[in-house]
Write a protein that binds this ligand. Structure first.
Ligand code: 13P
Ligand code: SF4
Length: 299
């Protein structure tokens, strides 16, 4: 029996489902039942009629799935697969920071731990951050942890977005020069970038899109060439969704080491040994769910 057959057999016997983020390696994407962005996958986890979810992504995504799907077993195949940006703030730091801004609402990016979500008023994703901030009906908000997404939201909403000093090490490395060079190399191409890129990069793009919105755009685009400013793994999925389009990475080295830790062998191990189980204490999960549900109401 090969590895895919073993995974398939264990999935059936355990009533398990495999979810994979858009940045996962091709073999893992191909073995998954669903591929998507962080929130799509967590929502999927909540709605599935499965006992076990194998979450091929990073820790905060599996935690969000555990919060939205209490009672299901959520497994992360690689225990070290965290998100360095999510780890840039913890609940204690957020409590101390927000105490300096009494009365201001806290918006947390979905790339945060459940304990940080539990300290926030509302969650957001890169797809809906602008709509979430607009929905609050206030002029000033606190935003954690991504300062680049915060700067983009401030530009789009005209509001004062006071940001934590966090960033994604993959997207923060994109520079205006990357976009200028890509345009010179592919003069007919559109440029799509993720809002975790610095604002001076987003300002040079034709479209600023979350990974989920890049997939939607790829399905309907009439362009024949597109330069992509996000983690390179998404190009495999984009090319599958629309093989008529040539997708080029704006940076060859834009790779998230944490997203690449998950392999098929680790997916098999997860199913064989029920590891690594991601659980969120009930009181934290209930408060984190409040912030996530406040977001789901408006998007
Ligand atoms: P998405 O929510 O757009 O999938 O992004 C998650 C992420 O980690 C981006 O770096
Ligand atoms: Fe975190 Fe960036 Fe990796 Fe996404 S790409 S998981 S934000 S480090």
């Amino acid at each position: 029996m090969d590895i895919l057959e073993k995974i398939g057999e264990l999935k059936r016997s355990k009533n398990a489902v495999i979810l994979a983020h858009n940045y996962q390696i091709p073999e893992v994407q191909d073995a998954a039942d669903f591929v998507g962005d962080s929130l799509e996958l967590s929502r999927k986890a909540a709605g599935l009629d499965a006992a076990t979810i194998v979450f091929c992504g990073v820790h905060f995504m599996a935690e969000t799935a555990a919060v939205l799907a209490p009672g299901k077993t959520v497994l992360l195949p690689e225990v070290e697969a965290g998100c360095p940006m999510a780890d840039m703030i913890n609940a204690r730091e957020l409590r101390a920071w927000k105490a300096g801004y009494p009365g201001l609402k806290v918006v947390c990016y979905v790339n945060t731990s459940a304990e940080v979500k539990a300290e926030s008023d509302i969650c957001c994703t890169s797809s809906n951050a602008v709509a979430v901030v607009n929905s609050l009906g206030v002029d000033r908000v606190l935003f954690v942890p991504d300062k680049n997404l915060a700067a983009y939201v401030a530009r789009e909403t005209g509001k004062t977005v006071i940001a934590w000093d966090g960033y994604c090490y993959v997207h923060h490395r994109f520079t205006p020069k990357d976009i200028e060079e890509a345009r010179a190399l592919h003069p007919g191409a559109e440029v799509w970038v993720h809002p975790e890129c610095p604002l001076d990069v987003s300002e040079l793009a034709d479209k600023v899109l979350s990974t989920g919105k890049m997939i939607l755009e790829a399905r309907k685009t009439s362009c024949r060439e597109v330069v992509i400013g996000t983690e390179k793994g998404i190009i495999y999925r984009l090319s599958k969704v629309n093989p008529a389009v040539k997708f080029y990475p704006a940076r060859e080295t834009a790779l998230c080491a944490h997203m690449k830790m998950t392999t098929l062998a680790k997916v098999l191990r997860a199913l064989e040994t029920d590891t690594y189980r991601v659980e969120v204490p009930r009181d934290i999960a209930d408060r984190a769910r409040g912030a996530i549900e406040a977001m789901l109401k408006i998007s």
